[in-house]
Design a protein around this ligand. Structure first.
Ligand SMILES: [Zn+2]
Length: 209
């Protein structure tokens, strides 16, 4: 089992390689790895990321088959199935690091802001369920002067939404709370920059790290 802090270091180093355009040649798929992995897996981190096509998790962290347990949903929101997925990774595979990975200029955040400012009546029920989960993170920001600065508003809303998802996962179930208290499970928040490729771990990272 890889500790949460060692897992963080692996992700940070992998992202540095990605940014430097120095990715491992066999990172995403090698021919022999699937056979080794057929019987077992031991992903060292679970990542809850956004579905955005520009943020493929294994690539931005320069990791390969079997390394990451990835959950992706528009707006990196937390609903019961995401909590269950994290429980599954932690209990079944011993994964000790969970990262909520949002990103700059997130379309789901933008859609939520639009819906709050100019509500559409005919929005699909399913899409509405995503907007409803993001809404509490951004509503308070819309009540401040940030509403006059769209770029800063989206930036702050992305971070607020990541913090809410981190908090929700940390307290999403008794199983996860116990793993955090007694088994070294760490849940952190990070933002990927579409502009630079850099992942900034900004929430829940221990100070000495
Ligand atoms: Zn997004």
């Amino acid at each position: 089992m890889i500790s949460a802090l060692d897992a963080l270091a692996l992700l940070r180093d992998g992202n540095r390689r990605f940014v430097a355009d120095d990715r491992s040649h066999d990172a995403v798929a090698s021919r022999t790895r699937p056979i080794e992995l057929a019987a077992r897996q031991e992903p060292f981190a679970a990542i809850l990321g956004c579905s955005d096509s520009r943020v493929p998790v294994e690539i931005v962290f320069d990791q390969g088959l079997g390394d990451l347990f990835v959950i992706r949903v528009a707006g990196n929101i937390v609903a019961p199935s995401q909590v269950g997925s994290v429980e599954f990774a932690a209990e079944r595979y011993g994964t000790r690091l969970v990262v909520v990975l949002g990103h700059s200029n997130c379309g789901a955040i933008g859609a939520t802001l639009e819906q709050l400012q100019r509500p559409k009546e005919n929005q699909s029920h399913n899409l509405h369920s995503i907007v409803d989960l993001i809404r509490p993170s951004v509503e308070d920001l819309l009540a401040t002067d940030l509403r006059y600065d769209l770029n800063e508003l989206v930036h702050q809303a992305v971070r607020a939404n990541i913090r809410v998802s981190v908090n929700h996962l940390r307290h999403g179930s008794e199983i996860i709370e116990q793993l955090v208290r007694g088994d070294g499970l760490l849940v952190v928040g990070a933002e990927y920059s579409l502009e630079t490729g850099v992942v900034d771990f900004f929430d829940g990272v221990p100070e000495q790290w």
